[in-house]
Design a protein around this ligand. Sequence first.
Ligand code: KG4
Length: 341
Amino acid sequence: MNVILGIESSCDDTSAAVLIDGILRSNVIAGQKVHEAYGGVVPELASRAHQKNILPVVSEAIRQAGIKKEDLTAIAYTRGPGLLGSLLVGTSFAKGLSLGLNIPLIDVNHLQAHALSHFVKENPEDETPSFPYMCLLISGGNSQIIIVKSPEEMEIVGKTIDDAAGEAFDKCAKVMGLPYPGGPHIDRLAAEGNPDAFKFSKPHIPGLDYSFSGLKTSFLYTLRDNLKQNPDFIEENKADLAASLQKTIIDILLDKLAKAVKIYQPREIAIGGGVSANSGVREAVKKFCDERGIRSWIPKRAFTTDNAAMVAIAGALRFSKDYNTDYSLPPYARTTISNQD
Ligand code: KG4
């Protein structure tokens, strides 16, 4: 029996998951409500919450999988990128447990884990992508077009030069007075609104790179100008504002994806990261792929935001009999999608 424990602590979710012979048996996630009052993640509070959550979350994942910790074969953990204090909690815990149980440790790159999340199987017959495939990785911290050549070999061919798609959702939601994180609120409101009610500016960036900061400014100016005439403008138009914002973000994402498809001609496209939970994005990417005869991989919502199931599978794909991360390797806050040793 091959039993991999995954541990994720890169931002504000403490998560642990167990894979038995490649099949997911548990995926426990403890979110952190403490940040809501601040309109964004407060790093110091995140590390403290991870410290409080990590033991109960790991114990619960092991319990739900119906195993004992002594049954574990190896431990995969997120080494980076992310918030350094948060990563330190997961990294130290994973190292301690690996040392205590005398089993191998597998460091995982968080961005690679997002790109590989489609390999998580809940049933043996679940299908998985074939290499190479294209991945649109869209989260609170990243917007990237990646060519996934193998579990470890990934090439970023386009990326944001300023804000990430998730930040565009969250920052615009914030100016509308919606709670943090705003992405899911925009998604919910957009379902009731007219996506053509408002026009916001789109970037003109060459190549495959993204930019979302101009959209944020254009959204802000629209609110400011209209609020001068009507103080209830946001309240009266919130569904249309959300729908128009969501449509603009989707258009920006798909414009560059279409360019990337022309160049790289992928047979399969996957999406991943928190923003891939968005209903409009999911529908648009599926339609985009169907129209071009490309196979689309749209993740289950549970595997879009930060979760340890994707860390466990990324670790399992890296794992071999002699693999063992050096205990002296520190976590890293920033890196690209390649592994950093
Ligand atoms: O991958 P993720 O959990 O971690 C970070 O990179 O931080 O992504 C979080 C991001 C946030 O910006 C959040 O607003 C966005 O994903 N998000 C959504 C939706 N669900 C989460 N954005 C739009 N629609 C959603 N349904």
